[in-house]
Design a protein around this ligand. Structure first.
Ligand SMILES: [Fe+2]
Ligand SMILES: [Fe+2]
Length: 292
């Protein structure tokens, strides 16, 4: 892995992509090579970069029920900024270190590469648009939020932590782990209540879902809202909180995930050439300006 200059955004990661690089390490792209099978038994902790380990330590310590409620109250009025497609992409792009030409367009390119791969596979237009906007919620960083409150695998708060949560052991430092009401299997929730009634750790998924929830089909909303919920969509945890609708639409989350994780490529999308197509696509579903 290449050493990168440290991002101006606060937190241990060099940039937000370092979390996603780590996801690719934990969940390698399936290959036809059965010899790779043994990777299933690797210890992701031992192999994680120190910045990533420190990032999860902070995330797991500070993502409490109280924190999630406070962030929802702060951001969900959606009164921070209005953005359209292009100003949104440009704003998002200021996330990376301006001095490093290699990562200067990283966010835009990730979104376009994700969307273009979905488009190449002949999926519906709302699915392509979902690829384009799924990470727009990372603008939280630009509103001054630390990395651990923007990215990272998400998980329910207010109930027992699953062993499927990456670096589960760091959650012993979370004050909620001392609250007995939060540590039963379903905690503050009714079994089978559905994830819509469950507080997830706060980050770019839930935020972006709230921004677009009136405009896109249910499948798209699940993809956006739960794409970082790896314990749920990759590891099958928290079935006891899900309802039939969640189980149905998690198929969409799983269909989306490979486009998010495995479409990073050295081949750079031609932004100017693609711009008119994506402006039309945005206009088909979304108002010219979205409230963040
Ligand atoms: Fe994301
Ligand atoms: Fe992404």
């Amino acid at each position: 892995m290449v050493d990168r200059p440290k991002s101006p955004v606060s937190g241990p990661l060099h940039d937000l992509d370092q979390w996603e690089d780590d996801l690719r390490r934990r969940y390698p792209e399936p290959t036809a090579n059965p010899a790779k099978k043994k990777e299933d038994f690797r210890d992701y902790r031992a192999e994680a970069r120190p910045e990533v380990t420190e990032f999860y330590r902070l995330n797991h310590r500070y993502q409490t029920v109280e924190f999630v409620r406070a962030k929802r109250a702060e951001f969900l009025p959606l009164n921070k900024r209005k953005m359209g497609l292009w100003d949104g992409l440009e704003f998002l792009n200021t996330l990376v270190d301006q001095s490093d030409p290699d990562t200067r367009l990283a966010q835009i390119e990730h979104l376009l590469q994700t969307a273009e791969a979905i488009r190449r596979d002949g999926h519906p237009r709302w699915f392509i648009l979902t690829g384009l906007i799924h990470d727009f919620g990372k603008v939280l960083c630009l509103f001054g939020e630390p990395q651990w409150a923007v990215v990272g695998d998400t998980f329910p708060v207010g109930c027992a932590y699953s062993d499927k949560i990456v670096f589960r052991e760091f959650l012993v430092d979370n004050p909620d782990s001392q609250v007995s009401e939060y540590q039963t299997q379903s905690g503050i929730y009714e079994p089978g209540c559905g994830l819509d009634n469950v507080l997830m750790s706060w980050g770019h998924d839930e935020y972006m879902y709230q921004v677009v929830k009136d405009y896109l089909p249910t499948e798209a909303l699940y993809m956006i809202r739960y794409h970082s919920f790896y314990p749920g969509h990759r590891d099958g945890a928290y079935q006891h909180l899900m309802n039939a609708e969640d189980r149905k639409y998690f198929n969409a989350v799983r269909a989306f995930n490979p486009y998010d994780l495995y479409t990073k490529s050295a081949e750079r999308p031609d932004i100017e050439e693609l711009r008119p197509y994506y402006e039309d696509l945005w206009a088909e579903f979304l108002p010219p300006q979205l409230a963040f």
